[in-house]
Design a protein around this ligand. Structure first.
Ligand SMILES: [Zn+2]
Length: 134
């Protein structure tokens, strides 16, 4: 992560700290975080079921027996078709923004530095490579 990214994370964390007044209890923050991730999922589902800009098409992956690991990413399907329209994109971005707000608020309450959390996670991903969350 570059120093510019770390500065943006730090600014974001400071801003969240300034504006988190109403839901200051960690219990409120935890429940608002869960609510915001549920609302993000709902926004994606609505893009499929109400708007129709996205389509879900899922089936069991057909993996050839002698496939090499590096080809798996191309074989594994996202099960998504289409792309977010402008309206749905706005809604999903807003909900992800709310989730980031409460995730950052949790960092603040636990005295965790968001950019350090991100850097450590990036290091883990880079170390484990394609085996991460496999
Ligand atoms: Zn849409």
């Amino acid at each position: 992560m570059g120093s510019q990214d770390a500065i943006i994370c730090h600014e974001f964390q400071e801003t969240v700290a300034q504006y988190l007044i109403r839901h200051r209890s960690f219990l409120d923050v935890l429940s608002k975080l869960q609510e915001s991730t549920a609302r993000t999922q709902r926004a994606v589902a609505k893009a499929i079921t109400l708007c129709g800009c996205l389509e879900a098409k899922a089936s069991k992956p057909q993996i050839p027996p002698n496939v090499v690991f590096s080809d798996l990413q191309a074989i594994m399907d996202t099960h998504l078709r289409g792309e977010l329209c402008e309206t749905c994109r706005d809604v999903v971005e807003t909900e992800i923004g709310h989730a980031l707000f409460y995730l950052t608020a949790l960092c603040n309450l636990l005295e965790l530095d968001l950019s350090t959390v991100m850097q450590k996670q990036m290091d883990r991903i880079e170390t484990l490579g394609p085996f991460y969350l496999a």
